[in-house]
Design a protein around this ligand. Structure first.
Ligand SMILES: [Zn+2]
Length: 341
């Protein structure tokens, strides 16, 4: 697929007629090429610490975490279904990586009762030792997979992206708000892991927002940002920051509703501002989307969604890189500055 970067000349800020034409195109909702990126400038430049974190955070680093999760999953039965050996081994791995990076790590348990059987499982939650824990910014991804396949795009990509951000950030970054990461079990059944976590929060543990990553490496990648409308107050502010970061990378993302189909759902229901990132699943890429993002029009974003072929070859590394950079920037920005609503 063609993910050619913007030509250098297109990165210049357009002036005069070019600028007016671009603004008009944007106002009309017309898909515009990467040269349109400049007018959608950030409202304020990122503080140096944010820019440095984004620069340190790489797709290669995220991919290394993805490979580790693939190896653990392969060696423990081939899927990370909640309660299976690969889920447990992955939870141990994620907790160890975050402890080694200096985070305060806990593995709160939750109970699932189904068909008369009772299971007790773990989420993994990590928080920086710096910043106000009563005003934490939070990102999360589900760690479990369906029983069929390694669950690489769904959702080792989200986990790998957050591990890359967390390890580059370290457990004691210079932030005013604490940064918290959640890795959820049982998303693939009924979001029991994230739901139990949200139910367990006391008032001063409630994060100021929650950012969800679920499938951020679809091989026929799309770029979707959830939260621009319909979410609790403040969701749109987070979604707008995510969107402008994609635009700065030369990618115009599409807005998508917080439609209740991933772990942001319990957060939304609790009134916590929420946003989500995904590269698409079983929907088909339109001609307009293929023009803006490359890839194959008329084909699904992830042809291996919930299938045995969701392995390491089922991941678009450029998409993983972009989603990781965008999530890192938004998390670090709102951890560092006061410009939340
Ligand atoms: Zn998923």
């Amino acid at each position: 697929m063609d993910h050619a970067p913007c030509p250098r000349s297109a990165r210049r800020r357009p002036t005069g007629r070019a600028l007016r034409a671009t603004v008009a195109a944007l106002a009309a909702g017309i898909a515009v090429a990467c040269s349109a990126a400049a007018p959608v400038a950030p409202p304020a430049p990122d503080p140096p610490a944010v820019a440095q974190l984004v620069a340190r955070t790489t797709g290669d680093g995220a991919y290394t975490h993805l490979q580790a999760l693939a190896g653990i999953t392969q060696a423990n039965g081939g899927n990370r279904a909640t309660g299976g050996p690969a889920y447990d081994a992955s939870a141990d791995h994620v907790a160890a990586v975050l402890r080694d990076a200096g985070f305060d790590v806990s593995t709160p348990t939750f109970v699932v009762e189904r068909d008369g059987r009772r299971g007790e499982y773990r989420n993994v939650v990590a928080q920086t030792r710096t910043g106000d824990p009563r005003r934490a910014v939070m990102a999360g991804a589900h760690l479990d997979s369906v029983r069929r396949g390694l669950g690489m795009d769904d959702n080792a990509t989200g986990v790998a992206s957050l591990l890359e951000i967390a390890t580059r950030m370290g457990g004691s970054p210079p932030v005013t708000r604490a940064v918290r990461f959640g890795f959820w079990g049982a998303e693939e059944t009924d979001y029991e892991g994230s739901r139990d976590y949200v139910d367990s929060l006391s008032g001063n543990e409630t994060p100021v927002f929650y950012l969800n990553l679920d499938m951020v490496g679809a091989p026929n990648a799309g770029y979707f940002v959830q939260g621009a409308s319909g979410g609790p107050d403040g969701s749109a502010t987070v979604a707008a920051d995510l969107t402008r970061r994609f635009v700065a990378l030369g990618v115009t993302p599409d807005p998508m509703d917080l439609d209740g189909s991933s772990d942001y759902d319990p957060f939304v229901n609790a009134g916590i501002p929420s946003a989500g990132l995904l590269a698409g699943d079983s929907e088909h890429k339109s001609a307009d989307q293929a023009r803006r993002w490359g890839g194959e029009q008329g084909e699904v974003f992830d042809r291996c969604y919930h299938s045995a072929c969701d392995d390491l070859t089922n991941v678009d590394r450029l998409a993983l890189d972009r989603f990781t950079d965008v999530a890192a920037g938004t998390l670090a920005r709102f951890a560092s500055t006061g410009d939340l609503p």
